[in-house]
Each structure stands twice: as structure tokens, then as C-alpha cells.
Design a protein around this ligand. Sequence first.
Ligand SMILES: C[S@@+](CC[C@H](N)C(=O)[O-])C[C@H]1O[C@@H](n2cnc3c(N)ncnc32)[C@H](O)[C@@H]1O
Length: 278
Amino acid sequence: MLAVGLAAPHVSSPRNCRMDLIVGVDIVKNMVQVAKEKVREKDSRSMIEFVVCDGRQLPFRDSSLEALVSRGDVFPWLIPQEKTLREFGRVMASEAIIMMETGNGALMKVNTTSYYFERTHDGKIAYVVCEIDASRDHLVTSYVLGTTSDIARKISQNPEFIRTGWCTGDEYSLEDIKRETVEVRQGLTTHWHTANEFRDLFKTCDFEEIEVTGDGLLMKLLAEGNQGKYQCMKERPELFFEVEKRLIPYLNPDKTPTILVKASRMKEDPEKPHQARD
Ligand SMILES: C[S@@+](CC[C@H](N)C(=O)[O-])C[C@H]1O[C@@H](n2cnc3c(N)ncnc32)[C@H](O)[C@@H]1O
């Protein structure tokens, strides 16, 4: 089984998994390191290997994997996504299973722009402009402020920013920000699918038995509720995941925060060879 995009321990965890070998890949070396440590803590007997690589170009032979899992909003980054899904299909054996989980594009407010301040991974303060266009492409541009800039100084004293590393930036104009910017960082454009788009994409890429379901409603309800309920979820995650799992068959994937896709690789047609890698 292949897990694309790591970080969270449960992805690389061997719990309930009867695969002979699990391979976890991530493009970020540190994420692979985190996953390795989690696995070591949880179960040292498992056959788990890790590879640092781009999930869009997998260093595996055609038809060599029985299952592929990608959860936690990895797929929106794997652009262009049709090409990536065909690459997943290439390494999957005939009738192998794929499970994917991402945020639901249907819930995104299209044609909107939001502005906020965020602490960057290297400790600076950035003004972030987030645009979602009509086709749910999501574009993020970060304007990194100079450490001595007036705006950065003001934001670094904002209580919400101190507490969370984030605060709204609606009251500043982009012109003001640009005057104090020392670096502009352009993010990758991500794309967020709706349930119907996923059905079409998987069909186009030669998958069958495509099941699209919804998930994440309980987490959303708790997160929007009081801190006590949220804390409860953190203290008893296994109970929370069990309830969430049981809700899945009753949820409408057009309305849930998260979409789950399960599909199988189309049975091999001897007349039709796998698409060659670039
Ligand atoms: C939001 S995290 C999700 C991690 C985990 N699956 C989870 O459920 O928590 C996204 C992960 O995808 C990885 N990622 C992003 N682009 C990637 C790419 N092109 N190839 C492989 N991994 C990638 C990131 O490094 C990060 O570890």
C-alpha cells in the first residue's frame, strides 16, 4: 500500500492494516522524518518504508501496488490533478483500491478574496492575500513584511496574533502593505473538487466502482461549538473517530466539510498499455 502525503501519524500507522508492506511518500523531508518517528513510537514490527518524492511522479513500477491512500488535503496540491490521478493509476495493480480524502470544494465561496496576517515558518510576519476564483482554484500570495516595518511591529503586539499566529488584515490596503514588503512569495494554485467533479475525474482516469461519501461533520460541529466539546474530542479521539465513521453513510457529500472517494483501478485491458511517464 502506498500513502501519499504523510505528516499525520494515522496515515503511516499500521493499525488495522493487513498489507505486507506500506510505503509512505512526501515531498518534504521533515514530514518523512516526523512520520518515521511516529511509526517507531507506535509499532516497531511493521514493514513500513518511506521515500521523499513528489507524489505526482512516483518512483514505482507500473501496476506494483495493491492500494493507495491519500488523505488530509494532499490531492488539491498535486496539480495538474488529472495527470496525478493517471500517475496513481499507473502504479496501481488492476483492481487495486484507492482511498482519498480532501476538503469539499462545494463549500468554498467562489469569487472571493480574503486578507490576513500570518506568522511564516521562518518566523516573519506575512500579509496573505487568498483568492478563490469561479472554478474553485485557490491562489495564495504572501507579502513578507520587513522586521522593522511599522505594520509588522503593530501586528506583533496584537493579542490574537500573539496567541494564534494569525489575525485578520481587512483594515490594511494592499498599497500600504506593499510599501513595507521585503519579499513576495507566490503559492501554488490549488484546486478543490466537488463530489460530482471527483466522480467525473475518477471516471476519466479509468477508475471504476467509484463511491463518493461525506465526512467531517462532527468535527465541524464540535469546532464551531464551545471549547469544552472540542477539548472532549481531543481527549477521546478514538470515540470521536468511531462516531464520525458511523455517520458517513447518512451524510450528503455535497454538504459535508470533507469528501471521501473510494474507487478501484479498472481491470487491466491487455490491448491498452499504461500511459507512459513523461
Ligand atoms: C495537509 S498535510 C496532510 C498530511 C496527512 N496526510 C494528514 O492527513 O494529516 C499535506 C502533506 O502533503 C505533502 N505534499 C504536498 N505536496 C506534495 C507533493 N507534490 N508530493 C508529495 N507530498 C506532498 C505535504 O508535505 C504535507 O505533508
